[in-house]
Structures are given as C-alpha cells and as structure tokens.
Design a binder for this molecule. Structure first.
Ligand code: GLV
Ligand code: MN
Ligand code: MN
Length: 410
C-alpha cells in the first residue's frame, strides 16, 4: 500500500497544481482550447513522458499518451477523463481520472504488459464554452459534424476557429477517431455526490450513467424604461422566465429520480434601469429512463407557453444535447468489481447522475467506470476534494484491473 499511497499523494498534488492553470484569477475555470489548457498539456505531456509514454495532441485538442504493449497485435485499453472544467471549479472533476491513468502506467515502472495502454485527457466534456458537451470524446467515436464546427462561443469564435487558434487543423478531425484495436475504456472519477461517504466506502463501480437533455430557452418581450413604464404595461422577459423557473422546480419535484436545473440566465440588455427585453436560460434535465426524461422536457416546454402568452412574450427553445442513458459494459464492470474486491474493499454498484466521457466511449467499445468517494458530496465547486487514501485505493484496484485484463478474464 505504501507505493500506492506515495503515488496517490503525488496525483493529488498534481491535480491541485493543474488548478492554477485557469482563465480566472481567483479560482479555476478552464474551458475548451483555452490558453490555460495549453499549459495543462505541457505539464500532463511531461508526466506522460516520465511514465514512459509517447505523447500527441489530436486535432480536437485531446492529449493522448501511448504506452506500448509487449504484444504488438494486442488491442489497447484506453484510460481517460477530461481536462476542461466548469466555471469556478474544483481541482478533481476530470483531471483526477487522467492523472490516475498516468499513475497506473507509472506504477508499471517500464514493465511491458501484453496490452498497450493509452491515457486520454479529453479537451472538452463540460459543454461550457460552446454549450455542447463531450466534444473531446465525441471526436474519438467519430461524431463531430460540420454543424458542430460552426457553433460559436460567447465571443463569436466558432469551434473550427478555436481549433485553428490552438494550432490544430479542424479538417483533420477525423484522424482523432478510433478505428479498431481497442479492448475497452476505463474512467476513474470522483463520485460528485454523497452516496459513498454515507456508506463509508472509498470506491464503487458504476452500472449506468443517466441520460440528460440540455436546452436553451429564450423569452422575448419588450425592453423599456424602468422608471416610466407602469407595471401593467410591461412585457418583462425576465419576469416571465422567473415564473417558468418556479414551474420547472415544481414539475421536477413531482417526478421520482428526476433532476432539472436552470444554471444560467442571461438578461438583455442587462442594465438596472431597463426592463429586460430578452431572457435566455439553460435547462438541464436528467433521469435514468429516457422516456420519462423526454416526457418531462415536453411538459416543461409546454408550461412556458401559457406563461409567455399571458405576459405578451414570445418563447422558443433549442436543443443542445439529447444524450440517452448508457449502461456500462457488464464484463468489463465485472472485472473492475473483482479488482475492487481483490484490493480489499466491498463492492458497491451505483448509477451516475453526472455525465461522463464513458457514456460517449461506450458507443464504440466496452466501457467501465470507477467512482472515488467525494468528501462532503461537493463537486462543481472549489471545495471539491478527494482523500489521498481513496486515490491509493483506486490505484490498487486499477492495478488489479490491469492484471485481470492481462489474464484475459474480462
Ligand atoms: C458533467 O459534469 C455533468 O454535467 O454531468
Ligand atoms: Mn463536471
Ligand atoms: Mn467530470
């Protein structure tokens, strides 16, 4: 356990170090293909090299380290997670899984397994810059279309231009995709919720990842003078949006296992003495059953129409994501569960309410996920943390998982 603990301490301090590469002075925000992401690549690439990997950055900005196997024909295992963050993030959501992958290769200390290992640090998972998540892993499964490349960020920069600005070539994006020769994908990630802490368990295996819908809703009214327009004569887009938000919360509470979130509001023109003429909101809806999620999304959009009509507003919506729920691969998950058990921990199985690159990778290959306890259940927040001993437990389980694959027992 000593070797695992020492390396776990290094992984935790590396994650904390990466958090200094931020677009924000007093906290961590690192979006897709930003300047700080370039500095993260320099550090992560150096650690990959030190662990014995060759490194490249693919055309969508994923950093990928390759550790060859003894058998040149053996299919490889991809271990990965993402390096982008939400605004004002914690240090571990994403980077921990990448650093654990590098840590597992480092523990081999140059020893070749039959199976090659690739460690992938995805450039985009959170969907912050372009409102569309999973761009990094979608490139690996060959799912980047021309439409996505034309999407623009808040400053009007398109995805294609952002790729060029990062020194990469968007016309080569198909080269990021994986054709054949992959055994599976493993993602290690903090749980981001309270379950494992409540059970006093360091680890769990993930059985499935719930589906999610992300939309943009726009209320349109009439901007006007805040001092001269009587209350009865207003068409206040933000007040309409506020009424709808309460309806969203009420509907979501009425459906078991459903979560709905409006995390982002943009009111225009955005001055204290002007009635808002336009309000744009994000909507994020998740449920283990896709049918229920779709029904609820329709119902929530339906609630917006009478509110808008009564207030003399226009309302429209645009889908940003309709990601079905995804089951993890049974055999790979069974191998991971055995690895957890062999490393001395009870096996707990759970669903993930958070989205992960594993749900995209699962379209093309067997995928499995290992969760690490999240102290306080806090995530998407600067207080997000992880215990060094839990990282050591994940390394021990990960090392046994590699042995399982070597023996061909998966
Ligand atoms: C990713 O963090 C998500 O939104 O689930
Ligand atoms: Mn996240
Ligand atoms: Mn994540």
């Amino acid at each position: 356990m000593g070797a695992y603990l020492a390396r776990a301490g290094e992984i935790v301090s590396r994650c904390r170090g990466l958090a200094s590469h931020s677009e924000q002075v007093d906290g961590l925000t690192r979006t897709f293909l930003s300047g700080p992401m370039c500095r993260v690549h320099a550090e992560v690439g150096r650690w990959m090299n030190l662990a014995g990997m060759s490194v490249c950055v693919d055309p969508v900005g994923n950093i990928r380290g390759s550790y060859p196997g003894a058998d040149p024909n053996a299919p490889r295992l991809i271990v990965g997670s993402h390096l982008d963050t939400v605004p004002n993030a914690g240090a571990f959501d994403g980077p921990l899984g990448v650093l654990l992958g590098i840590g597992l290769v480092g523990l081999l200390a140059g020893r070749r397994l039959k199976l090659p290992i690739e460690v992938a640090g995805f450039s985009e998972e959170e969907g912050v810059r372009f409102g569309v998540p999973f761009i990094g892993s979608r490139a690996l499964v060959g799912d980047i279309d021309a439409d996505l490349l034309t999407r623009r960020d808040a400053r009007g920069v398109s995805v294609a231009q952002a790729i060029r600005d990062f020194g990469l070539d968007p016309s080569r994006i198909s080269e990021a995709s994986i054709s054949t020769g992959v055994l599976g994908y493993l993602e290690m990630h903090i749980e981001q919720g309270p379950v494992l802490e409540a059970l006093s368990l360091p680890l769990s295996v993930v059985e499935s990842i719930v589906g999610q819908s992300r939309l943009e809703i726009r209320f349109g009214g009439q901007a006007n003078h805040a001092g001269t327009t009587p209350m009865h004569a207003r068409r206040d887009a933000l007040a309409g949006a506020a009424e709808w938000m309460i309806a969203v919360e009420r509907e979501a509470r009425a459906v078991a296992d459903l979560v709905a979130t409006i995390g982002c509001i943009d009111a225009k023109p955005g001055a204290g003495n002007v009635i808002p003429g336009e309000a744009t909101l994000s909507l994020d809806v998740r449920h283990p059953e896709d049918r229920v999620r779709h029904e609820v999304v329709d119902r929530l959009l339906g609630c917006a129409r009478p509110i808008a009509t009564r207030r003399g507003l226009r309302v429209s919506s645009e889908s940003r994501l309709d990601q079905p729920s995804v089951a993890m691969d049974e055999r790979l998950t069974a191998a991971l569960a055995r690895a957890v058990e062999d490393s001395g921990h009870p096996v707990h199985r759970m669903h993930s309410g958070a989205g992960h690159d594993a749900m995209i990778m699962a379209r093309r290959m067997p995928a499995a996920m290992l969760f690490l306890r999240s102290p306080g259940g806090i995530s998407h927040h600067p207080d997000e943390s992880v215990l060094v001993e839990d990282v050591a437990a994940a390394l021990a389980a990960g090392a046994r998982f590699l042995e399982e694959l070597e023996r061909g027992r998966e």
